[in-house]
Design a protein around this ligand. Structure first.
Ligand SMILES: NC(=O)c1ccc[n+]([C@@H]2O[C@H](COP(=O)([O-])OP(=O)(O)OC[C@H]3O[C@@H](n4cnc5c(N)ncnc54)[C@H](O)[C@@H]3O)[C@@H](O)[C@H]2O)c1
Length: 254
């Protein structure tokens, strides 16, 4: 049987990179997928790819930094499919390695708005639904190795990703009592070839210098993250709760 048969999954950031790869893989594995994405054209392209392959999906234009959009996204899953089992919080933006002194309020709020507030709004709403369903539900957040190290992003990005790991562990600690009914785990990717890495923006000088000190490393593919997000969404990982899974080709092992 397909690994997500009978499940309904919401995937944010489904128009590019890891979000697109995850949405496509979830649909291949039998999930009914709700694509949530800021870039409507890119989102519709993912939708067309899923439908052409015989998968089931709908799409809703979503700015995850807006609470009302996130609520509408969750309502869309319930209205279309009558249930909601998997939340994959993947949408995110980078800060071009901006040092703390070069992080304007505008950049700080934009990065925190998408990377942290968006995941917080979605987790909070998802938990309410999962609590009421006998079958519970599973959250797969995407952070970064910048979520536990200091030199993989700028100040705002690093703060946002550290906070996502904290949010995930807090959810698991509080809601993991009813063994496995509600789970939350977080993926910490290393460097992955996606839209984000293809267009990092003009790097902050101090940020570039600090990142450069790390030396050469291997890069991964969006599918490496999608495969991990599939495992975490499926019942195969039913006893994994509150964990950070690093997917980085050994970048942080040395
Ligand atoms: N690529 C990497 O090397 C890397 C490493 C570690 C962590 N990450 C994280 O992985 C996640 C996915 O990134 P990616 O590399 O696939 O990047 P990507 O840029 O290819 O895809 C991100 C998607 O999120 C969407 N998005 C941006 N803001 C949004 C918003 N406000 N609302 C809804 N959608 C929005 C974008 O339109 C885009 O389609 C991000 O959270 C990122 O921080 C990426």
């Amino acid at each position: 049987m397909a690994r997500l048969q009978g499940k309904v999954a919401i995937v944010t950031g489904a128009g590019s990179g890891m979000g697109r790869a995850t949405a496509i893989l979830y649909a291949q594995e039998g999930a009914k997928v709700v694509l949530a994405e800021f870039n409507e054209a890119a989102m519709n392209d993912t939708l067309a790819q899923i439908q052409a392959a015989g998968g089931t999906a709908v799409a809703i234009k979503t700015d995850v930094s807006k609470e009302a959009d996130v609520d509408a996204m969750i309502q869309k899953a319930l209205n279309e499919y009558g249930q909601f089992d998997v939340l994959a919080n993947i949408a995110g933006i980078f800060d071009a390695m901006a040092s703390v002194e070069n992080t304007s309020n505008e950049l700080f709020e934009r990065v925190m708005g998408v990377n942290l507030n968006g995941q917080f709004y979605a987790c909070r709403s998802a938990i309410k639904v999962f609590n009421e369903q006998a079958t519970g539900g599973t959250i797969v957040n995407v952070a970064s190795v910048a979520g536990y190290l200091g030199a993989r992003g700028g100040a705002a990005y690093t703060m946002s990703k550290h906070a996502v790991i904290g949010l995930t562990k807090n959810i698991a600690a509080f809601y993991g009592r009813d063994n496995g009914k509600i789970r939350a785990n977080v993926i910490a990717p290393g460097s992955i070839a996606t839209g984000m890495t293809a267009n990092l923006g003009t790097l902050d000088p101090l940020g570039a210098l600090t990142f450069g000190d790390l030396g050469p490393f291997n890069g991964g593919e969006a599918e490496d993250i999608a495969n991990t997000a599939l495992f975490l969404a499926s019942d195969e990982s039913k006893f994994i709760n509150g964990d950070v899974i690093t997917v980085d080709g050994a970048w942080t092992s040395r």
